[in-house]
Write a protein that binds this ligand. Structure first.
Ligand code: ASP
Length: 426
């Protein structure tokens, strides 16, 4: 027991990946008998989708404080978050379309159930399907888009109910306002609880990964391994392009700061992000780097970095676009233009809703897949290599948070550029 937990989870996962692949290769189609373990693992991941989105989106919106406080910092930061996120998703979709990593594998043997029929595009129906007529029904049916709409509204409702309270005293006298503040805290608690449950579920990863790899390789053979290798390579290429072209461009052109100074100042945070695969766990280091090494004021960096660590995940957005195309290619699902649009939208929303924890993006995949009819078995297929990709996504997400923070501060003229230029002294 102690020996098992003494090995870091990601190493156990990589070990399971290799052992599972070997087992499948030797055992052949018979390896299907261990698939049940992988099924159970995926069922647990599915279990997390609804509560994780509900609690973290509500708690994220409510934590902004009040509607007015978004102010000038908030708008600039959010515009930058959205713009970079869009470029990232488009990059993921472009890489997936050009390289087609999922072509060449006949994955039909992997199907566990019926492939959901992608709905024909009808904008009226699409518009109405986003409205959570029955919030409970939406949760019961795991309908992600209306669930996010509902969660956003609950968050805004909390902000409005609590918004005009200048201090706690008044809250004490108005039980409604007091209650809203308590509910906001309860959502923070709920978000934390489900993050912890996610970590527990992630402990199943080595077992799930072993079983899934054995099954995938046993059933599909080596082409499957080649396809996964291509996906991992594309994930890294996409992240390097986001950092090396988009962020460097923004830093040089919009923030007008020394790019070398920026990376020198951020190296600690990037290393922690890469090794922990968690934006949330890296948050304290990112804060310290932006304040001490990059010369951003405390209020601006606290606000933008913490907001960014939950809603700004460009690496995750790029990956969600890419992996959805991968799944569609794998299972021969034809995607229409409307589907591409839906993927772009949901990958963006998914990256906003993803928790900054290892595997946060993996949980969101189910949401995007279901919307365009890509079988959830794709999760089984990629789960084994997700950690290696997650590390790079997270390093990208954290670099993006700092890029937006520095740029916002620079636009507002509150960046101490001398500090940034001398980042190597710190
Ligand atoms: N692990 C990532 C993060 O914390 C989220 C993801 O899985 O993409 O930023």
């Amino acid at each position: 027991m102690r020996f098992w937990f003494g090995i870091p989870l990601w190493q156990r996962v990589i070990g399971a990946l290799i052992l599972g692949g070997l087992t499948g290769y030797i055992w052949g189609p018979g390896a299907e008998s261990v698939k049940i373990v992988g099924d159970v693992f995926i069922d647990f991941i599915k279990m997390l989708i609804v509560p994780l989105i509900f609690f973290s989106v509500v708690s994220g919106v409510a934590s902004i404080g009040n509607l007015g406080r978004l102010g000038s910092v908030g708008w600039r930061a959010i515009l930058l978050f959205v713009a970079t996120g869009q470029v990232a998703v488009i990059l993921g979709l472009t890489l997936g379309t050009l390289v087609q990593p999922g072509i060449g594998v006949d994955a039909s043997g992997l199907q566990m159930g019926d492939i959901p029929e992608p709905a024909a595009f009808d904008w009226r129906a699409m518009l109405r399907s986003m409205i959570p007529v029955s919030p409970v029904g939406v949760m019961a049916d795991v309908q992600v888009l209306p669930l996010i709409v509902f969660s956003l509204l609950v968050g805004v409702g909390i902000l409005l109910a609590r918004g005009d309270v200048p201090d706690d005293d008044e809250a004490e006298t108005d039980s409604g306002v007091h209650g809203a503040a308590m509910i906001a805290r309860a959502f923070d608690g709920g978000a934390l609880i489900f993050q912890k449950i996610t970590i527990l579920v992630m402990e199943l990863t080595p077992f799930g990964v072993f079983a899934l790899m054995a099954w995938v390789v046993g059933t599909l053979g080596i082409p499957a391994v080649v396809a996964l290798g291509k996906l991992v390579a594309l994930n890294y290429a996409g992240c390097f392009l986001i950092i090396g072209v988009m962020y460097v461009g923004i830093l040089a052109a919009a923030a007008k700061v020394s790019v070398a100074g920026f990376f020198r100042g951020m190296i600690d945070a990037i290393a922690v992000a890469y090794s922990t695969a968690s934006s949330s766990a890296t948050l304290p280091v990112t804060l310290r780097c932006t304040q001490r090494n990059l010369g951003v004021s405390k209020p601006t960096s606290s606000f933008v970095v913490s907001l960014g660590s939950t809603i700004n995940m460009d690496g995750t957005a790029m990956y969600l676009g890419l992996v959805t195309l991968f799944g569609a290619q794998l299972f021969g699902v034809d995607l229409s233009w409307a589907d591409y649009f839906t993927i772009a939208l949901l990958a963006t929303i998914g990256s906003i809703g993803a928790a900054g924890i290892p595997g946060g993006g993996l949980v969101m995949m189910g949401a995007v897949f279901t919307a365009v009819g890509v079988p959830l078995e794709t999760i089984a297929f990629v789960a084994g290599v997700d950690r290696i990709m997650d590390m790079m996504r997270t390093a990208t997400n954290v670099t993006g948070d700092a890029t937006v923070t520095v740029t916002t501060a620079s636009m507002l003229g509150e960046l101490d550029k001398r500090e940034l230029a001398s980042a190597h002294d710190v």
